[in-house]
Write a protein that binds this ligand. Sequence first.
Ligand code: NAD
Length: 714
Amino acid sequence: MPAKTLTLSFPEPDLALLTFNNPDKGANVLSRSVMEELSSHLDSLAGRSDLAGLVFVSGKPGQFIAGADLREFVQSIHADKTEVVQMIRRGQLLFQRLSKCPFVTVSAIDGICVGGGAELSSWCDRRVVADSPKTSFGFPEVQLGLFPGWGGTVRAPRIVGLSNAVEMITSGQPITAQEAYSMGWASDLVPSENLLAAAISLVRAEQTSGRYLQDRERWRGPIEISATELGFLGATASAVIQQQTKGHYPAPNSALEIMLGNAGVDEDTGLRMEADGMAELFGSPINAALLNIFFLTDRNKKDTGIEGQDVVPERIGSLAVLGAGIMGSGIAAASVKREIAVTLNDARPEALTKGVQSILDEVSYNRATKGKDIERTLQYAPQINATTLYAEIATCDLIIEAIIENEDVKKQVYSRLEPQLSDSTILATNTSTIPITTLASELKHPERFCGIHFFNPVRKMKLVEVIRGKQTSDQTVATAVGYAKRLGKSPIVVNDGPGFLVNRLLFPYLNEALHLVAEGVPIASVEKVAKQFGMPMGPITLYDVVGLDTAIYAGKVLADAWPDRISGSPILPALVDAGRLGQKSGRGFFSYENKKNRARPDPDLEPILAPLIDSSGDRVPDKQIANRMFLPMLLEATRVLEEQIVRDPRDVDLGLIFGIGFPPFKGGLLFWADSLGADKIVEMLKPLESLGPRTAPTRMLLDMAAGGGKFYGA
Ligand code: NAD
């Protein structure tokens, strides 16, 4: 018998209290067995006319219910449509019973209340929420390629109004306790310690007034909204959805259609429409891909970066950052925001001044007011110390070096710094390309050295590669992983090698884009195909963002390692010679010399490129352009797996999604490859045979094609 999640008690003789507390999990999730428990409690309570009310609370501090059990979803992913509808109807009908009880039902919510949890609470007559920053309320289902299916699309519009419900459900974004109260989700907003008392008072008040019965009656019918209002809401919402999804994610549009349809019908018809609509999305390739991302992220959250449990990571109390440039300032700001005191060092005092200013600009930014917040400046400024002296950084727990990408300069800095460091200080480098073992070659304590590779801009990019050199200790790796997680990042641990993981996979793609341009394929076509594939920007724009000088340097590291596959294109040096370094200099492949700093085609580019372009290539079909860019990336991934650069194939997918924005709706590079099958990929590579080793199938791919193997196991 599994331990029970729901406990029934009676704080007052006529008042039932159901407490959710899943004994086996950190979060309360609505698994099949929990739904069965709820069902049997309702069987015993629903006939009791002596009760005044039923209150739901959570036994886990700071959280209510985190949603449905997604592992059970995955088990049913291949269910046919009829089975899916039945599965959904069971949940709907169970929750609907809450709105038919002969007493008042109230959810008392303190902490996260999302997905199925938000739906359960929406079937209650009333909701009371704790006024706490931990309380959040929302329907994140669209992020899994679904929409709420246990009555959320029917109940939410009736409780908070169609427009609010459309925004919440189609965006998947949660709202705060305050917002829930002002929107009408919550009848009361109280301090956490008063939550239960407030819920009981509400039961008493509703019992006396009988208002909840009028609401029940009203909510069972259609929503009062004119056809004009409905049409306007539909048009504006679908424009927003199109802008956000670029047409790649069908769930928000389906949710919108279902809600617009539900509005004009009664509750029971609406629920059937919801179940039928959900069955269209459940188990679709996009649903499967997005579920995969959920599990990748979940696994990453639990990953300590090392095997075994023996090593306890050290907690970083103080950080020093060497180099106050783009990356150093970004790393410092991210750390200060998480209450880690930072000492910033740079060889040039003017770089320090600029660095400190950029850190303050970032940490004092208030998202709510979209401007600087002087209180935040005062709060964070004392955490930042700027110095040109090593003596002031020697006692820090962690030092991250982010100076220029030059092996000799970095090594010189280490040799001056290391003798001054304490025995426990960890030294790390943010290098994008130089092997960690090479940089550690003259260190006395290579075991306390590793790569902590952030991505640009640090503020936005969730990925951090923690790179293990040959002699890096488990302790160092685990501490670096713990530090990155504290900043809210998703660190993956990778073994040393040119380009580590992400740049190694990115460059074959970037490299191929330049081959296509050199063959005469218009830049606009290359960009369009990449974006149609789902990339957030085309590879040519990405070159401009990275910086063409930087791209030449990083590309050279990879070209030196694998000259048969990566070749330095003459296009980049030609642009750099013309002073076009990309976004940072105002011009690269595109011009950024406009108010919004947006990429615009530049007529001055053509004369520079013309001598380097063969005009025959403009007939390459789009499909082939896509295969040429993305298959070399996949082939490189198979080499990375063969060389055990990553500890698990899933790190490849997480790394590319969070590091370069590989399309989430494809589930990751390897997940996408699995959905095609290795044999099909080998077929797709055949027409590219003439391009040589860079498009030749690898041993691993051929073996998988022959044996029906998958990257994600059988
Ligand atoms: P940057 O040019 O913006 O900043 C480098 C800073 O280091 C400058 O302020 C310079 O004055 C300082 N510096 C140089 N030599 C120094 C020394 N001996 N001691 C102290 N300070 C010194 O460079 P960046 O883009 O911030 O890159 C820094 C590191 O991060 C490089 O290793 C780079 O490869 C890596 N990286 C860069 C990116 C990116 O997109 N820019 C992304 C990931 C990693």
